[in-house]
Design a binder for this molecule. Structure first.
Ligand SMILES: *Cc1c(COP(=O)(O)O)cnc(C)c1O
Length: 957
């Protein structure tokens, strides 16, 4: 089909569609701020010292049809094959109902991380369903709400075993030699930074001698072998070791589960549950643990609690383990994970149910068995008798030839070495494919009636997925409505601005999103031969060079799967650099008090010691304290991690001086680039003093948040650090930080499209609009809520902190009350109590138009009026709309109403809500209750059948 590549119309370019305010809106905002032009505002707000003199050298903006046509060409330059390489990545059918109504639905993909649980019940329920799926299949009681990929999940398991093992004092961990090669590479790199000794051993028969704090088994092994792990797990326990099984999720529908074999931890990937190959990611990693370890679980965990009516409600549990609270003592540095992909996997299981999953697994196994039988009949040697989906064939000296012949037949097989070929079957394998593979080996077609080759002793006898959710949504109608029911409970960007400071919840344009599910991008195996992935390589090359130009650095790696992983990669590069110069002793990482929690957590994971630098009264780094810390640790400083503009939303004028001080002390400067939305086109961290930065493509560069992931956290470096960027996990070289060389490659077309659509001028205009919007909000609200920090000129950068601490002191109304009352006004709350407790941090982004900004201002001023009525004594705080918020429909329509304001005022505090009202499904949630009574799987349906009216009557009696 020929595509229209003309410009759609001559008035509205993509840039006008992406940037919310039009000329009239812009002039209005500038008028409020007292500037004649946006450039004048920018010249005042952004310090001259950091400005880059020239514009960005990027290709000029293209229209949507042009960009989509270019992307289609790139997708077509990737050659599709039947993917039978395996190694943790398998082709799968994403049911169309899930693809269109979840993966491609803005109600799901534009949602933010569920930190405000009252407006996140739908996606929290989906994540809880994911946890229940993992818990059931692994037979372990507590699973988290996703990790970044399998290899990093194994690494997290190794670190967990080390923390948890109090009985053995050893720094050794034993890894199964049959672990996936990328897992071995990632674990080795991460272990080295922390002084963990990795022993890779053949565990077919027994454990190696010597102490170790833990063992990791792979099941099935990379070779395809399925073993009974129970005796080895028991032997490990006998010797005081903890045990982890990296298990293929689909195989667990047939094979005895890790929990039943006595394992402490199970990890793996949920990719083959309906998530495309995506050339390596994004995919949800999973982890489940036995009871007793749940408080050490890395990443996010959804739990069940109650709202003020005692009704079951979901929210993130045990957050005190996490980096945003525990910082350098956190269980891990993971922040953004893989929520959207975990939700797809959960719904795949909901749609198929246990019988459907077992049927898929059985078919996969029977195809593998038919293949093995056909090959044996032709005299080929099959290396392992016991396998699930992967057959390893011994073909001395001929493996490269066979793999090449398969390629010609349109099939990718795994070249293990010159003597061995691996063949992995999956949900998409057909009899016809099996016939073609056999033909490549010169074998006759398989006989009809495929055998089942797994012995009874290895088979699972226990039931799983008995919860009604896995039995109630089998028709497409039911599934469609279930997805809609869940997403209707949530507030995402498709309904309201999400003014989250530091998270840049901007437009995720439809044209940017569209290409990701095209088969030319979605159907590529990460380990496909380079010759088949020319389109991806070109796209990645473009993106690397464009991001280098935007940041002022020399080299970019797109491998890290989130900002946290970019941080770790950057710090590991700094370590390696110091080591290369014989300065191994440099291990101090200076981190300002106001830094994001991932900074400190990443530094610890890179083997560094964290030293906190104080904040001065104006919110900037305290230079005296910095000088003192540099002197105290003379010769030992490895790096400083700065966020620029700071997490206080201010362009610090003296950032160059800070960088100089650290450089003079021999340290490297890490600039956390999560706030790059205030810099693109105006200033470049690589030019004002940074040696390395990570970016958040899921913030500044339009990849949607997905309700808590996916993310991409590229790491950008100056030339001297380039040799230490993450290496390819399947090649020797620098340590990788993800299982796939290009991390979450499947979502890179989103950022590519954004940059191509905006062009250099559009990108710079977006930054200016973001700064204008933030200053307009700050100025409009300053009379009601003091803005905590501004720069020397009284201006902020792209976000501002509203200080509620004085209000709280005077009236008792907290920042949390304001956040919850905003729900009644139809808004997602700003960032609550970060980086300063008792404040709200607001970031409008360039995508919100004047009408939406004004709607937010109206809400915040309306709430201020409510605060005054509490302050004046008119309303008791407990019976005020602020503390009662959010109000549910059930509450305001109940027969009883004992509050001093009207039902109408509770629900419709401003008139526009009568036309467009979001009703939260639960009232304010009691987080502490949920942590005390930890429950992390789907509750029985009876739990929801409490009589709320009765409880309400009691409450107000
Ligand atoms: C979001 C953020 C991070 C972490 O990024 P993730 O992708 O969530 O891991 C780090 N630093 C800052 C300042 C951030 O805002």
């Amino acid at each position: 089909m020929p595509e229209c590549t003309a410009i759609v119309n001559d008035v509205n370019t993509f840039r006008d569609r992406h940037i919310g305010p039009d000329d009239v809106g812009e002039r209005h905002m500038l008028g409020v701020l007292g500037f004649a032009s946006t450039d004048e505002l920018i010249d005042s707000a952004v310090p001259q010292q950091i400005r880059c003199p020239e514009g960005l050298r990027l290709p000029a903006a293209r229209s949507e049809p042009e960009v989509l046509a270019a992307l289609r060409e790139l997708a077509e330059a990737n050659q599709q094959r039947v993917q039978m390489i395996g190694l943790g990545y398998f082709d799968t059918v994403t049911p169309a109902v899930l693809r269109r109504n979840m993966l491609e639905s803005p109600a799901w993909y534009t949602a933010y991380t569920p930190y405000q649980p009252e407006i996140s019940q739908g996606r929290l329920e989906a994540l809880l369903t994911f946890q229940t799926l993992i818990e059931d299949l692994t037979a372990l009681p507590v699973a988290g709400a996703s990790l970044l990929d399998e290899a990093t999940a194994v690494t997290e398991a190794v670190l967990l075993m080390r923390r948890a093992n109090k009985s053995v004092s050893s720094d050794r961990v034993i890894l199964d030699a049959d672990c996936l090669p990328q897992t071995l590479a990632v674990v080795r790199g991460r272990a080295e930074a922390l002084g963990v000794e990795v022993v890779v051993a053949d565990l077919s028969d027994a454990l190696p001698d010597g102490d170790a704090f833990g063992v990791v088994f792979q099941s099935p092994g990379a070779s395809g072998a399925v073993r009974d792990l129970a005796p080895l797990i028991a032997a490990a326990r006998e010797r005081g070791m903890l045990t982890t099984v990296a298990a293929d999720l689909l195989s667990l529908t047939l094979l005895t589960a890790p929990g039943e074999q006595g394992a402490d931890i199970a990890v793996g990937s949920a990719q083959r549950f309906g998530v495309p190959l995506f050339f390596g990611g994004p995919h949800a990693g999973y982890m489940a643990v036995r009871s007793g370890l749940e408080r050490m679980l890395p990443g996010r965990l959804v739990g069940v609690s109650v709202d003020v009516d005692g009704k079951p409600a979901y929210r993130l549990a045990l957050q005190t383990r996490e980096q945003h609270i525990r910082r350098d003592k956190a269980t891990s540095n993971i922040c953004t994970a893989q929520a959207l992909l975990a939700n797809v996997a959960a719904m795949y299981a909901v749609y198929h149910g246990p019988e459907g999953l077992r049927a898929i697994a059985t078919r996969v196994h029977r195809h593998a068995a038919a293949l093995a039988e056909g090959l044996r009949a032709a005299g080929r040697e099959i290396v392992h008798d016991r396998f699930f989906d992967t057959v390893m064939v011994r073909v001395p000296g001929r493996a490269p030839l066979i793999v090449a012949a398969a390629d010609s037949a349109g099939i990718n097989l795994r070249l293990v070495d010159t003597d061995h070929v691996g063949i992995s079957c999956d949900e998409c394998t057909t009899d016809e494919v099996i016939g073609r593979v056999l033909d490549v080996f010169g074998a006759a077609p398989a006989a009809a009636g495929h055998p089942f080759a797994l012995p009874a002793a290895l088979l699972r006898t226990s039931e799983y997925l008995r919860h009604p959710v896995f039995h109630s949504h089998r028709s497409e109608t039911a599934m469609l409505r279930f997805l809609r029911e869940l997403s209707d409970r949530d507030l995402a960007l498709d309904r309201t601005m999400i003014p989250l400071g530091s998270c840049t919840m901007k437009l995720n344009a439809a044209a940017e999103m569209e290409p990701i599910s095209w088969p030319g991008f979605a159907g590529i195996h990460p380990y496909a031969p380079a010759g088949q992935t020319a389109g991806y390589r070109e796209l990645i090359g473009d993106l690397e060079s464009w991001l280098a130009e935007i940041t002022g650095y020399d080299r970019v790696s797109l491998q890290p799967n989130a900002g946290s992983q970019g941080e770790l990669a950057g710090l590991l590069a700094i370590n390696a650099y110091h080591r290369s110069r014989g300065e191994d002793h440099r291990d101090i990482c200076l981190i300002p008090q106001s830094a994001h929690g991932t900074n400190a957590a990443s530094a610890v994971l890179a083997g560094m010691r964290v030293v906190v630098v104080k904040t001065a009264a104006n919110g900037n780094i305290d230079h005296d304290d910095l000088a003192a810390k540099l002197a105290d640790h003379d010769g030992q400083v490895a790096a400083i991690m700065l966020t620029y503009p700071s997490t206080h939303g201010v362009y610090e004028t003296d950032v160059r001086a800070v960088c100089d001080l650290v450089h003079r002390a021999g340290g490297q400067v890490y600039v956390d680039g999560a706030n790059l939305n205030a810099l693109v086109g105006l200033a470049k961290p690589g030019e004002f003093g940074g040696d390395v930065s990570h970016l958040n493509l899921h913030k500044t560069f339009c990849i949607p948040h997905g309700g808590g992931g996916p993310g991409v956290g590229p790491v950008a470096v100056r030339a001297h650090l380039a040799p230490f960027l993450p290496g390819d996990p399947l090649q020797d070289g620098a340590a990788p930080v993800s299982a796939a060389n290009y991390g979450s490659a499947g979502i890179l077309p989103i950022t590519w499209a954004y940059l191509a659509l905006m062009g250099p001028d559009g990108l710079t205009a977006a930054t200016k609009a973001a700064v204008l919007g933030a200053n307009y909000l700050a100025r409009s609200l300053a009379g009601h809520y003091p803005v905590l920090y501004t720069g020397d000129t009284g201006l902020v950068a792209h976000e501002c902190i509203l200080d509620l601490r004085d209000i709280t002191k005077r009236t008792g109304v907290t920042a949390e009350d304001v956040a919850k009352r905003l729900i009644d006004y139809g808004f997602h709350a700003p960032t609550l109590s970060f980086p300063v407790s008792g404040t709200l941090m607001v970031e409008p982004t360039e995508s919100e138009d004047l009408a939406e900004l004004d709607r937010f201002i109206e809400a915040m001023i309306g709430i201020h009026d409510e605060i005054s009525r509490v302050g004046s004594g008119e309303w008791a705080l407990d019976h005020s709309p602020l503390r009662q918020a959010p109000h549910t429909a059930e509450q305001v329509t109940d027969a009883e109403w004992a509050l001093p304001y009207s039902r109408q005022y509770a629900a419709y505090p401003v008139a526009s809500l009568r036309l467009n009202k979001y009703w939260p499904p639960v009232r304010r949630i009691d987080g502490v209750h949920g942590d005390r009574n930890l429950a992390c799987s789907c509750p029985a349906p009876e739990a929801f059948q409490t009589d709320t009216a009765e409880i309400l009557q009691e409450a107000f009696a």
